[in-house]
Design a protein around this ligand. Structure first.
Ligand code: AMP
Ligand code: GLY
Length: 421
């Protein structure tokens, strides 16, 4: 099978790595890819948000299966264009991708599906939003409705912060994403991520994970795209995962199908767990990054069979073969991230990491210049390991980190602390 993966981050490197292990894969192209992906697959430059361009590329390269990594091509309807052209695609339609692209849409689906989530109200103007905050008090959560690159959520500890967030959003700080605002009850508990493959009808859980959003150790400092992750997430016990499946995921899929927009792809549910009960924080319509890296490390070659079964509507007959192992990934970022950071510094020592099916350095923002790997992004490497226990996976990952010679980068040294104590 000839396969195209859209994207060029650590998420896509880990998907490519898993896909390449499956003998079913004859040829793999990744667009745009990165320096790490280029070591295992062909990379192509392509405007991945332009459906017509992607269709043309597939036709020119005899591609049979397309796996879409990031949300932007999904929100732009690239999967619809590919399906219209008769290609097999892993990733939801534009209409189903609204589950990530609009917070108001997700809240309405939760209402219709009876799925537990934070109480909320939705506003198109600042005056009514401000009045609502004054009646509810703080803490309270203010969210721009649309895609805002992970920055459109303000967890306001005081009423003043909430009012300022409302003014910023309606003042245009988040562009069109902030033209509508959702204001939510502040939920307490522990967060975890639940990943489920969907084929429109059937839901197949493929793992749980926990991310580390803050840049600093002990979960301090500004928010980032994620500084590390591990899988499984101990807080998401089998019993709580089953509750999330029955009360949140399955009713969501049924409501999407009832509306004529069935959901196909990976559904990433961000959950808040308190007193053994899960509530939905948000949906994403793609794998998390860096959560994908730990899921792919655990799934290996079967990831391709599972994604293909989702795309072909055959999940009812699929199953995951678990190794009952643990995986952990440490993100190495360029100094300064998530603020402004330097680009172009050289990374050495990558050849000494002893990569195998238990140890992988997935690349995010890297490129190759004159035979050297250089950092080109904020999050640059995902140093990932698998083990019989979480502490073994962690020790293996940090042993690799210590072999990497990159003085202009940093990482958190405490990934896994919540689960490891
Ligand atoms: P979201 O993009 O919706 O996941 O929001 C980003 C982060 O904000 C979440 O991962 C939570 O940590 C936090 N958050 C969002 N909504 C709520 C809520 N209703 N209560 C508490 N924290 C929240
Ligand atoms: N790591 C969080 C996300 O991918 O949204």
């Amino acid at each position: 099978m000839n396969i195209l993966i859209l994207g060029g981050g650590g998420r896509e490197h880990s998907i490519a790595w898993a896909v390449m292990q499956n003998p079913k894969c004859d040829k793999l192209i990744v667009a745009p890819g990165n320096a790490g992906i280029a070591q295992i697959a062909e990379c192509a430059s392509l405007d991945i948000e332009n459906g017509a361009a992607v269709v043309n590329f597939c036709e020119g390269n005899a591609i049979e299966f397309v796996i879409i990594g990031p949300e932007a091509p999904l929100a732009a309807g690239v999967s619809d264009r590919l399906r219209d052209a008769g290609l097999l695609v892993f990733g939801p339609s534009q209409a189903a991708a609204e589950l990530e692209a609009s917070k108001r849409f997700t809240k309405e689906i939760c209402d219709a599906a009876g799925a537990p989530t934070a109480a909320y109200a939705h506003f198109t103007g600042a005056d009514a939003a401000r009045a609502y905050v004054k009646t509810q008090g703080a803490p309270i959560v203010v969210k721009a409705d649309g895609l805002a690159a992970g920055k459109g959520v303000i967890v306001a500890e005081t009423e003043e912060q909430a009012l300022a967030a409302i003014d910023d959003m309606f003042g245009g700080e988040f562009g069109a994403a902030g033209a509508e605002v959702v204001i939510e009850e502040f939920m307490t508990g522990e967060e975890a991520s639940f990943f489920v493959l969907c084929d429109g009808e059937t839901a197949l859980p493929i793992g749980t994970a926990q991310d580390h959003k803050r840049v600093g150790e002990g979960d301090t400092g500004p928010n980032t795209g994620g500084m590390g992750a591990y899988s499984p997430a101990p807080v998401l016990t089998d019993e709580i995962a089953q509750k999330a499946l029955d009360a949140i995921i399955k009713p969501t899929l049924a409501e999407m199908a009832r509306r004529g927009t069935p959901y196909q792809g990976v559904l990433y549910a961000g959950l808040m767990i308190e007193n053994g009960q899960p509530r939905l924080v948000e949906y994403n319509v793609r794998f998390g990054d860096p959560e994908c890296q730990v899921l792919m490390m655990r799934l290996g070659a079967q990831a391709l069979d599972l994604m293909q079964a989702a795309a072909e509507g055959r999940l009812a007959e699929a199953q995951v073969n678990w190794a009952h192992d643990h995986a952990l990934t440490v993100v190495m970022a360029a100094n300064g991230y998530p603020g402004s950071y330097e680009k172009g510094s050289t990374i050495k020592g990558l050849d000494n990491c002893g990569e195998d099916s238990f140890h992988m350095v997935f690349h995010a923002g890297t490129s190759e210049e004159d035979g050297q790997i250089v950092a080109t992004g904020g999050r640059v490497l995902n140093v990932t390991a698998r083990g019989a226990s979480l502490s073994q996976a962690r020790d293996r990952a940090y042993a690799m980190v210590d072999r990497i010679d990159w003085p202009r980068g940093f990482c958190r040294r405490d990934i896994g602390w919540r689960a490891l104590g």
